[in-house]
Design a protein around this ligand. Structure first.
Ligand code: CMP
Length: 142
């Protein structure tokens, strides 16, 4: 499996419910490491830019409102097969369809408040990481 980086967000609903520790514990227990982390209260403009690929979709306005409703935890995760591994830990986008013991099944409240975000492919991972983290803030170990 290739050594990869992926991007993750603990969304406002997760931070507000004090779930950071549980989510990071699971990330580490499943063999990924946190290579960068910071909290940030996204502005509407930040959220619109980050999710620009979804602009025009019916849920875009609600997504931007919810992502800018409170602070988030932004992280770069790394490890073997990190992109797929983090997606497996998160579970399906809609918590109602997420597998048992995934973050979204355990903690998600709705498709809009699904607690965590993760990159879906290597190119998006690179773009999403670069949106928030200069290389000098990422502490790689390999
Ligand atoms: P996320 O993985 O952060 O990527 C885009 C987000 O849009 C997604 O999680 C959901 O929280 C949100 N969203 C809201 N409605 C939908 C929908 N119908 N389909 C996909 N994503 C949605």
């Amino acid at each position: 499996m290739a050594f990869e980086r992926t991007f993750s967000i603990v969304k406002p609903d997760g931070v507000a419910r004090n779930l950071i520790g549980k989510i990071v514990a699971r990330i580490e227990a499943d063999g990924l490491r946190v290579a960068a982390a910071k909290m940030k209260h996204l502005s509407r403009r930040d959220a619109e830019g980050f999710y620009a690929v979804h602009k025009g979709r019916p849920f875009f306005e609600e997504l931007v409102t919810s992502m800018s409703s409170g602070p988030v935890l932004l992280m770069v995760l790394e490890g073997d097969g990190a992109i797929l591994k983090w997606r497996d830990i998160m579970g399906a986008t809609n918590p109602a369809q997420a597998a048992e013991n995934t973050m979204r099944k355990l903690y998600g409240r709705s498709i809009g408040e699904n607690t965590v975000h993760g990159s879906d492919a290597p190119e998006t991972a690179r773009q999403e990481i670069a949106w928030f983290f200069p290389e000098s803030e990422i502490y790689t170990k390999n």
